[in-house]
Design a protein around this ligand. Structure first.
Ligand code: SF4
Length: 329
């Protein structure tokens, strides 16, 4: 029986459990290579094996909030007007690397099944002149943020790479998985109910990713980016100086934010990116990887890195410039 009211950090036990084992589910599923693992710092896992470290639970709260938010969306039914939706389904596909074949895993937040079309294979495609049934989908990735500010007019490059990796995975994994489910009619499918259909989706030979979308969410607003083109959102409130004082216009008027389209990479480019990431992660197990050098990566990953002091010390001995890692407080 616990006698104290809670941990001194003030973070509830349930949340602390997630903070201290953020990869529990992936570890249990045996996931090694995924968009987030190949984008992470490859130096950190090696240093955590060789050095004592402690977890900054306060710094771990922010990503945990995102995990909880995603769990909340996992069972939402599909919106009207589409065939169905697949949410939080763990997908996998093999990738050839110089170290042999490896499985690449990923769990896209939302794959909307838009339409099925039976089409003729054209010149340049295998089986020219025969028909093929294609399922067109949209992939959406939700990202929680402290603030969706007026300066957020393009999606983060790392997030664009991630969603392109999901697109690569969806195209390879989903046709076989849908066939294996015998999705003949409206209903819920999948071991954990990952697919919900408004109507049956049968005999899919190929999945075409028609649209990529990243949605950033803070406590007050979402902001959406799409591969389909520019989107627009409300920016700062407009006002005028009246008698030496700034006054909001009435009715309210806002500056317009033009939101840059997401880049959709070719399948070959994405596969190359995945292969390079897997090989980099494997190599880091054989030889300590160099420290991060891109400012945005350092800001994102080094600030809350549990082995930063050891990384700096080791890096200096190795002859690296550790100014960026030292500069972040
Ligand atoms: S401080 Fe940065 S570069 Fe060093 S191990 Fe941690 S995340 Fe990697």
């Amino acid at each position: 029986m616990r006698e104290e009211l809670g941990p001194p950090c003030g973070i509830p036990q349930t949340i602390l459990q997630i903070i201290t084992r953020p990869n529990r589910e992936r570890e249990e599923a045996g996931v090694v290579f995924s968009p987030s693992s190949i984008q992470a710092c490859h130096r950190q896992p090696t240093l955590t094996k060789d050095h004592d470290y402690w977890t900054d639970v306060k710094a771990g709260y922010k990503p945990t909030r995102g995990t909880i938010f995603h769990a909340g969306l996992a069972n939402e039914p599909p919106p009207g007007g589409v065939l169905g939706v697949v949410r939080e389904l763990r997908m996998q596909a093999p990738v050839d690397t110089i170290y042999g074949e490896r499985q690449f895993w990923g769990m896209p937040d939302e794959v909307t099944l838009l339409r099925v079309a039976t089409e003729l294979r054209l010149a340049g495609e295998a089986g020219k002149g025969t028909t093929i049934t294609r399922l067109y989908v949209k992939i959406t990735d939700f990202k929680t943020r402290t603030e969706v500010g007026h300066d957020l007019v393009r999606a983060d490059e790392r997030h664009i790479q991630q969603i392109n990796m999901y697109a690569w995975l969806v195209a390879r994994f989903l046709p076989g998985w849908i066939k294996s489910r015998g999705a003949c009619c409206a209903g819920i499918y999948g071991d954990n109910g990952e697919m919900e259909l408004n109507q049956g989706v049968l005999d899919v030979d190929e999945v075409i990713v028609d649209e990529l979308s990243i949605v950033y969410l803070d406590m007050s607003r979402p902001r959406t980016f799409t591969s389909k083109g520019f989107l627009y959102d409300e920016g700062k409130l407009k006002g005028d100086m009246v008698d030496g004082k700034w006054r909001r216009r009435k009715p309210e008027e806002h500056e317009e934010l033009e939101l840059e389209p997401l880049k959709q990479y070719s399948s070959e480019d994405v596969e190359g990116m995945i292969r390079e990431g897997i090989e980099g992660k494997i190599e880091a197990e054989m030889m300590l990887a160099p420290p991060l050098t891109k400012l945005e990566d350092v800001r994102l990953m080094c600030r809350s890195c549990p082995v930063r002091p050891d990384c700096i010390l080791t890096g200096k001995k190795e002859g690296y410039d550790m100014t960026l890692q030292e500069a972040i407080g």
